[in-house]
Design a binder for this molecule. Structure first.
Ligand SMILES: [Zn+2]
Ligand SMILES: [Zn+2]
Length: 299
């Protein structure tokens, strides 16, 4: 791993963001406390919401749809997926998309918000606790997310991204009691944060590289398992707009299956995906609306 450039990449303005650090710590303490409130409804609700926020929200919504525009859905569906994303408590769609488009524009180089070349802990959580933590100048937003800034719903949701989760927590508390609320909010959010952070840390450190992308992105089956398919990260960096990240049959990609289900329901279209072109013996990006003759599923 090329660490020669480490010194020059280290940010100088690192300062602990205390409100963020205390907030994240409280959530993790809440996650540990929730283990003392065990019940089946709590487990089921926690797992269900882990999927809603992690797969529908972050993987299919914030990431593959809003950041990379790998497919199209009606506006109502797009907004629904974005609200699911807000439940992950990873910031609003505007900030999340800015951070992630920056990461793709400067992967593992100066300007990457969370590269492990600046330290493993930095890439996992340090950039949130001691870095800019997704607070950007307007000029930066205008450069990276002009599309989302034009949408008043996204501007609203980005300002009040924590509101859907607070409402959900109150409903769960009223209907399910403390155990259901603790598992669905504190434990589920904390595990979801750790899983997403692993995409920034672990999949730029450990795993296989199918594509020579010139940076450190890797394919990691266990991160993919925790994130519904986001761990096939080297595939993703090689073809960022592909809505499908797991390219072989054994590269399980639940987020891709979710997008396929939206397509079967007639809700997703113009799906971009990478396929192996046998004639040219190379992986190529094709649009879902195009005839796919000549291409076959990787096997
Ligand atoms: Zn990456
Ligand atoms: Zn991406």
């Amino acid at each position: 791993m090329p660490h020669e450039t480490h010194a020059e990449l280290v940010r100088t303005e690192r300062r602990i963001n205390w409100s963020m650090t205390i907030f994240l710590s409280l959530f993790h303490v809440g996650a540990l406390a929730s283990l003392f409130f065990w019940s089946w409804p709590a487990v089921i609700s926690g797992v269900l919401l882990y999927w809603v926020a992690g797969s529908l929200g972050i993987g299919m919504g914030y990431h593959r749809l809003l950041t990379h525009r790998g497919y199209k859905v009606p506006k109502a569906v797009e907004y629904f997926l974005a609200v699911c994303g807000s439940l992950a408590l990873q910031g609003g769609p505007i900030e999340w998309t800015t951070t992630h488009r920056m990461h793709h524009a400067h992967t593992d180089r100066q300007g990457d918000p969370h590269t492990p070349r600046e330290g493993r802990l930095w890439s996992h959580v340090g950039w949130i606790m001691a870095g800019p933590a997704q607070k950007y100048e307007q000029a930066v937003l205008e450069r990276y997310v002009p599309d989302l800034l034009k949408d008043r719903f996204y501007v609203w949701l980005s300002r009040y991204y924590y509101v859907p989760l607070i409402l959900l927590a109150l409903v769960l508390l009223a209907l399910g009691g403390w155990a259901v609320m603790m598992w669905s909010v504190f434990l589920r959010v904390s595990l979801g944060l750790q899983a997403t952070w692993l995409v920034n840390s672990a999949t730029h450190l450990w795993g296989r590289k199918r594509f020579d992308t010139g940076e450190d992105s890797r394919n990691s089956w266990w991160v993919a398992f925790l994130t519904f398919g986001e761990g096939w990260h080297n595939n993703h960096h090689a073809h960022p707009t592909s809505a499908r990240h797991g390219l072989r049959w054994y590269e399980i990609d639940f987020n891709w299956w979710g997008i396929r289900i939206l397509q079967l329901l007639g809700l997703a279209r113009a799906i971009k995906r990478v396929r192996f072109n046998r004639a040219a013996t190379m992986w190529q990006l094709v649009s879902g609306d195009r005839k796919t003759k000549g291409f076959y599923e990787g096997a």
